[in-house]
Design a protein around this ligand. Structure first.
Ligand SMILES: [Fe+2]
Ligand SMILES: [Fe+2]
Length: 277
């Protein structure tokens, strides 16, 4: 049990979570049953559209691993642990909505969808970074990438004349940008607490970043190739829509970030050199 008075950082994290949660409860909640226009599905939409939906749903379906991995890392922090529980609830709706769209559109049968889940569940997601701070930096980037992707695919759904999927992507994108903001606000607190250490973690996460589905979702490479025509995230887009906005939000100068990145690379090189010696 924690002893003594509440520390400044704990108090700030709790406040960030309460603000996030209040906004979520008052302005952002959406219902799978009441808010999605299921009658506006375009059953003639292309198979490409369905494949993209299935890919996103697949990444979202590692939810049990994300929740288990995340909540244990932040267990000692009141606000952070409660965030993980609420985050899990919000993310759980994403895969459900996408899966329902696949079945209701007739693009996948119930059997196909459950078989797919079983294939997904055969592999386990393992957190790509070791510390809570690094995982927070990863969350800030990953949620922003996810937001960018859903916004692009919202346009794809529109082009395909599927108002239902447009609404689903719209609700999900709003959740993802709220998640981005939460993580970024936490990173801002961590920067105040230890700027050099947090910058080093951010640099490491930028250097090693990849989306959670890469090694897990079946045929991920083929899926990504097919998705690219409709809007994937290449390096250029990553810099413009993720890297630079994250730096701007956190008030980190590009030179300051580059210096941290150079240092991280140097340390990695030295560690490799020492391991090889
Ligand atoms: Fe999500
Ligand atoms: Fe999210």
């Amino acid at each position: 049990m924690t002893q003594g008075p509440v520390t400044r950082i704990e108090e700030r994290l709790y406040r960030i979570y309460m603000e996030f949660f209040e906004k979520a409860e008052r302005e952002r909640r959406w219902s799978l049953f009441d808010d999605i226009p299921w009658d506006k599905i375009n059953k003639d939409a292309s198979d490409d559209l369905a494949l993209c939906v299935e890919t996103f749903a697949s990444v979202e379906m590692y939810l049990p691993d994300y929740v288990a991995g995340g909540i244990n890392v932040v267990r000692p922090w009141f606000g952070r642990a409660w965030w993980q529980a609420n985050w899990g609830y919000e993310e759980s709706k994403h895969s459900l909505a996408l899966g329902e769209w696949l079945m209701r559109s007739g693009k996948r049968t119930k059997d196909q969808w459950f078989d797919h889940y079983n294939t997904i569940a055969e592999k386990e997601w393992v957190a790509p970074f070791k510390t809570a701070r690094q995982m927070t930096c990863y969350g800030a980037l990953q949620e922003q990438v996810t937001f960018v992707i859903y916004v692009k695919h919202r346009d794809f759904a529109k082009r395909e004349g599927d108002e239902c999927l447009y609404a689903i992507y719209d609700f999900i994108a709003r959740d993802e940008i709220a998640h981005t903001r939460f993580y970024q606000e936490v990173v801002a607190v961590l920067l105040d607490e230890d700027r050099e250490g947090t910058l080093a973690d951010l640099a490491k996460v930028f250097a090693e970043f990849k989306m959670p589905g890469v090694d897990l979702v079946p045929d991920y490479d083929t899926r990504i190739l097919q998705m690219r025509d409709q809007g994937g995230v290449d390096r250029d887009l990553f810099i413009r829509k993720v890297y630079l906005p994250v730096l701007k939000f956190l008030n980190i100068g590009r030179h300051e970030m580059l210096a941290a990145q150079r240092k991280a690379l140097q340390e990695r090189g030295e560690a490799r050199g020492a391991a090889g010696a």
